[in-house]
Design a protein around this ligand. Sequence first.
Ligand code: DAK
Length: 260
Amino acid sequence: MEYKNIIVDFEEGISIITINRPKSLNALNIETLNELECALYQLKVDNRTQVLIITGAGEKAFVAGADITTFPTLTPDGAREFVDLGQRVMDTIESFPVPVIAAVNGYALGGGTELAIACDMIYASDNAFFGLPEVTLGIIPGFGGTQRLQRLIGRHLAKELVFTGEKIDAYKAKEIGLVNNVFPQAELMTRVKEIARMIMKRGPLAIRAAKRSMVFGMDHDLRTANEIEKLCFITLFGTEDQKEGARAFLEKRPPQFKGK
Ligand code: DAK
C-alpha cells in the first residue's frame, strides 16, 4: 500500500516507520494514524520484521503531538473516534510481536510522548524534548498517556508532567527513566540500528516470548504474571533454537538460530 504521511523501510530484518509530515512537525492526524495502523498490520502479517524502529522525518521533531488544526471543530463523537483510533494504534505498538524502538529525533510532545512510551525502548537525540502539554490546550492526554507514563516513571513525576504541561529535555528524560539513552542527533539512527542488530543476534523466538511475557504480565498481579512467564518459558523448550542455544554454548561456538 502507498502511504502519504509515513514512510516504511525494510533493511535486513529491521523495519523503520518514519512519520513524514515535517511541515507540521509530524503531528498525528486521523489519516496518519490510519496509515500507521495499516502499516503495523502489514508488517505483522509479513512476519519478516525482527525489530521495528519508529522515528520522525526531519531534524526537529519526532511527533509534536496530535494535529491541533483538527481540534477546534472536533465534536465529542469525533473525539471518541480519534481517541479510539489513537489508543488502538498505541496498543498495537505495545503488543507488536517483536521489539519496537522509538528513535526520538526532536520534539515528542503530547501524542508524540504517548507514541514513544507505547514502544519497548526509547532512544533520544540530544535535541529531543518530551512532555504532555495537553492541559495547556484545555484537554488531557488521550492516547494512553495518563496511564502508561505513571506506570513507567511513577505517579508523582507523571502527575507533575501532566498537570504542569512542562517540557523536559532528553537528559532529564534519561535521569527519570523515561529514556534508555541519549545520543548526538547525527548518530541516533546508527546507534539505534546497532542496538536492533544486537537484539537480532539473540534467539528470535526467545525475544518474542520475552516481550509477550513482559507486556502481558505487566497488567496482572505478580502470581498471574509469573504464570504467563512460565507458559512463555515452557513453550521455548519445544523449539530447535532452544536446543541450538544450549548446544552452541557447550560446544563453545556462536549459536545459529533459525527461528524454529
Ligand atoms: N499540530 C499541528 N501543527 C503543528 C503542531 C501540532 N501539534 N505542532 C507544530 N505544528 C506546526 C506549527 O503550527 C507550524 O506550522 P506553520 O505555522 O509553519 O504552518 C509548524 O508546525 C512549525 O511549528 P512552530 O513554528 O511552532 O515551531 P517552533 O520551533 O517555534 O516550536 C514546538 C516547536 C513543538 C515547541 C511548537 O510547535 C509546539 O508547541 N507545538 C505544539 C505542541 C503541542 O501542544 N502538541 C499537542 C499536544 S496535545 C484526543 C486524543 C489525543 C490528543 C488529543 C485529542 N482526542 C480524544 C480527541 C492528544 C493531544 C496532543 O497531542
